[in-house]
Design a protein around this ligand. Structure first.
Ligand code: 5AD
Ligand code: SF4
Length: 452
């Protein structure tokens, strides 16, 4: 969601005449897009702001804007920071250009966030929709990989998992009409985009009523798959509800364009903790859902999220999580240490009772369990040829440019979201290529470009 917001804001700024610089030292304007999901992300923003405050001593005219969920959450308090000129919530980004121009010309401080977010977001959604439709088709101009774009299909969330700040900073759930989504996808395809990722906090629950017809995510996938030029379609993030909607899995199985990939966080393997988190499923139901999904889409790659150290999480609870990870056989897992978020139910009801050392140990252990599984799943690719959408130079190639004779190292992803590293011409970025896998590590496949 944040990457998409950054892309939208970059496009709007570029259209208003702003130009991207490589270094903050050359910038007249600095925009920091922020995340509130964990305290660590917010701490990093505050440390950036400390650095900018220092820079501004020599560059008093520099304008600094903080946008995104942290702007929405902290509002006034952020505006009081010496480095900050503009604070703008995620529902107000369409106003950012004007706010920056005001700050540049009049050296004023400006704050625009939704007041009562559950109400105000509704009334501002038309304008937000307009902003999104105007800039949502400028794909990689913000420096993201070429040939790929995110398309929002849902805003906000109504789920209120007890640990989560998202419903408070992104507002209530709203589904965008399929026509709007499709228009955007068509424009993206015209600009050379080959992969779209449909975004929603609970994207599998997408529903839009139009007269007496109701559109589901499966319908939307079918419609997007008709768009010429689009080759791969992904969607994130799925909520493991009882009625996962098998039609989505059938769309995946039957359409060559819908990638066989699901990001479906479990968060915990303990039913007691899941209940305290207000997640509406048990570990058994979750695993049954994975089994059903794999019956319909046998080569499905599944990724999960987990929170370790939720208030009151015992060693037994954690063991249940380890068990679930062993059984789920994820391709990849993201593990987070519980971080209390002010205003959430978990924070109001419970002490952050699990000590950080314990969270850290559980985090490391869970990742190790997953790493062994990832390693095994990766090794199954050895000797196989996979199709890869090329993203560009690998990180290693960037810091260590090779001599002009040989091709540099490129990175891309398979339809099932495996990372693939191989040598090739940088001009392949944004294109599909075949790569024969010659070596594997838990999270990366290495191979040679298949030519011809
Ligand atoms: N503390 C730690 N992790 C969190 N997540 C969401 N809220 C919190 C929190 N308060 C994790 C969840 C979610 C991912 C995006 O971030 O695992 O799926
Ligand atoms: Fe947060 Fe739960 Fe909504 Fe995901 S489904 S955004 S974890 S409240």
């Amino acid at each position: 969601m944040n990457k998409l917001d950054t892309a939208l804001v970059s496009s709007a700024l570029r259209e208003a005449g702003f130009v991207l610089t490589d270094s903050v030292k050359d910038a007249d304007v600095v925009v920091i897009n922020t995340c509130s999901v964990r305290e660590h992300a917010e701490a990093r923003v505050l440390s950036h702001l400390g650095h900018l405050k220092h820079l501004k001593k020599h560059r008093p005219g520099m304008v600094v804007a903080v946008i995104g969920c942290m702007a929405q959450r902290l509002g006034d308090a952020l505006l009081e920071h010496d480095a900050v000129n503009v604070v703008c919530g995620p529902g107000q980004i369409r106003q950012l250009v004007r706010l920056l121009e005001d700050a540049l010309s009049q050296n004023v401080k400006r704050l625009v966030v939704a007041e009562a977010i559950r109400d105000r977001m509704d009334s501002s959604s038309d304008a937000l929709e307009q902003f999104e439709s105007s800039y949502g088709h400028q794909s990689d101009a913000d420096g993201g990989p070429p040939g790929q774009a995110f398309v929002r299909v849902m805003r906000g969330c109504d789920n209120f998992c007890t640990y989560c700040i998202v419903p408070y900073v992104r507002g209530p759930e709203q589904c965008r009409p399929p026509e709007r989504v499709l228009n955007q996808v068509r424009k993206l395809a015209d600009k050379g985009v080959r992969q779209v990722t449909l975004l929603g906090q609970t994207v599998n629950a997408y529903r839009h009523r139009d007269g007496h017809r109701t559109y589901s995510l499966a319908d939307l996938l079918g419609m997007v798959a008709e768009v010429e030029g689009i080759e791969w379609i992904r969607f994130v993030t799925s909520y493991p509800s009882e009625e996962f909607y098998d039609d989505i899995l059938h769309a995946m199985a039957s359409s060559p364009k819908v990638c066989h990939y699901l990001h479906m966080p479990a968060q915990s393997g303990s039913d007691r903790v899941l209940r305290a988190m207000n997640r509406h499923y048990t570990a058994e139901q979750y695993l049954e859902l994975l089994a059903r999904a794999r019956r319909i889409v046998p080569d499905l790659a599944i990724a999960g999220d987990f929170i370790v150290g939720f208030p009151g999480e015992t060693e037994d609870d954690f063991r249940a999580t380890v068990d679930l990870v062993r059984q789920a056989r994820y391709r990849n897992c993201f593990v987070f240490k519980y971080s209390p978020r002010p205003g959430t139910t978990a924070d109001k009801r419970h002490q952050d009772s699990v000590p950080d050392e314990v969270k850290q140990r559980r985090n490391v252990e869970l990742l190790a369990v997953q790493e062994a599984i990832s390693e095994q799943l990766s090794s199954e690719f050895l000797g196989r040829t996979v199709t890869v959408l090329v993203e560009g130079l690998s990180k290693k190639a960037r810091v260590n440019p090779l001599d002009s004779q040989s091709h540099p190292q490129l990175v891309g992803r398979t339809a099932t979201d495996s990372i693939v590293v191989f040598n090739g011409s940088p001009s392949l970025a944004g294109r599909f290529v075949d790569v024969r896998i010659t070596a594997t590590s838990p999270l990366t496949l290495f191979g040679d470009l298949v030519v011809g």
